[in-house]
Design a protein around this ligand. Structure first.
Ligand code: KG4
Ligand code: ZN
Length: 340
């Protein structure tokens, strides 16, 4: 390890993953530990905030120690600590924020607050160089956003969901179909066995809008199921999954392509848990095939879902740009994305 290496410890506890990671120079993962709580929330069909907070309290020090041990670095060599301070569940966020403050105070090192979505975008920097201007399609259980970046640390949200996030729509439709939580991967799997033969709506909104809306689609699926049941018709579950997925992906990819052209970007980055979707990955690559001047980057699955390496990666850039937070840093459930 050279003297000039910058070592950032990242912490993430915004939802149902307790995570800690050490990243070198913003690009190299030295450790990336994630304790998932999915099993505890499964029987409730979604994340229960109170249970999430309790698990974070139990796990945080274990995960943090493991991340430092696995990284092979001495705790004295860590230059700063980056932590997600929003958006997310307030009780969950507070656990990570307080752990980070205690660590920063004990080691007398800088504390850097990171926006969760900035983290998802910066997951990409752990696998390839980021080229600007860029456009990120962030699709997760809590977010659906198109973020334009002119340079490192400068974020412009040009489109977002007006109701449900893409992952949320997946999880709600899956629940209606009797599939376990989280439902996204199950629908993805069934969709590949079925055909998109059921006519479902696509919310394009106003011509020039880069916003999304998925609640109408979700209701349309539920209505289709109810109507069929009332008429005694049995629908093929795989076809429902395929039709729903086709509708989500059509809108996501078409709006990403239009925004990428309008903003003349050089790179398109996919981020967030729904980036694990096979249909989305394939279609996004396909729609950009005719535009070789725009590079499409899709991170590996482990970096798409919530993790702390992405927080450390974003935190590194923020740290280098001089961002520092005091020990009164708070958790903000509705934190807006701010440029650094
Ligand atoms: O980014 P993430 O781990 O957590 C949040 O920040 O929300 O995303 C979790 C979301 C869940 O809604 C889950 O159903 C969805 O990502 N997801 C998928 C797939 N894998 C995970 N959605 C569609 N297809 C998948 N293969
Ligand atoms: Zn996330």
């Amino acid at each position: 390890m050279s003297n000039k290496d910058l070592l950032i410890l990242g912490l993430e506890t915004s939802c149902d993953e307790t995570a800690a990671a050490v990243v070198k120079n913003g690009t190299e993962i030295l450790s990336n530990v994630v304790a998932s709580q999915i099993e505890s929330h499964k029987r409730f069909g979604g994340v229960v905030p109170e249970i999430a907070s309790r698990h974070h309290v139990e796990e945080i020090t274990i995960v943090l120690e493991e991340a430092i041990e696995q990284s092979g670095v001495c705790v004295q060599d860590i230059d700063a600590i980056a932590v997600t301070h929003g958006p997310g569940l307030v009780g969950a966020l507070l656990v990570g924020v307080n752990a980070a403050k205690a660590f920063a105070f004990a080691r007398q090192i800088p504390l850097v607050g990171v926006h969760h979505i900035a983290g998802h975008i910066y997951a990409n920097r752990l696998v390839s160089e980021m080229v600007f201007p860029s456009l990120s399609l962030v699709v997760s259980g809590g977010h659906t956003e198109l973020v334009f970046m002119r340079e490192h640390g400068k974020f412009e949200v040009i489109g977002e969901t007006r109701d449900d996030a893409a992952g949320e729509a997946y999880d709600k439709v899956a629940r209606t179909l009797g599939l376990p939580y989280p439902g996204g991967p199950h629908i993805d799997r069934l969709a590949h066995e079925g055909k998109p033969v059921i006519d479902l709506p696509r919310a394009w909104l106003e011509d020039d809008s880069y916003d999304f809306s998925f609640s109408g689609l979700k209701s349309a699926v539920i209505n289709t199921l109810h109507n069929a049941k009332q008429k005694g018709i049995s629908l093929n579950v795989n076809d429902i999954a395929a039709s729903f997925q086709a509708s989500v992906i059509d809108v996501l990819t078409a709006k990403t392509l239009r925004a990428a052209q309008d903003f003349k970007v050089k790179q398109v980055l996919l981020a967030g848990g729904v980036a694990a979707n096979r249909g989305l990955r394939n279609k996004l690559a396909a729609v950009f095939q005719d535009f070789p001047e725009i590079e499409v980057k899709i991170p590996p699955l482990t970096l798409c879902t919530d993790n702390a390496a992405m927080i450390a990666a974003a935190g590194t850039v923020f740290f280098q740009k001089g961002k520092r937070n005091e020990l009164d840093l708070n958790a903000f459930p509705g934190l807006e994305m701010a440029s650094v």
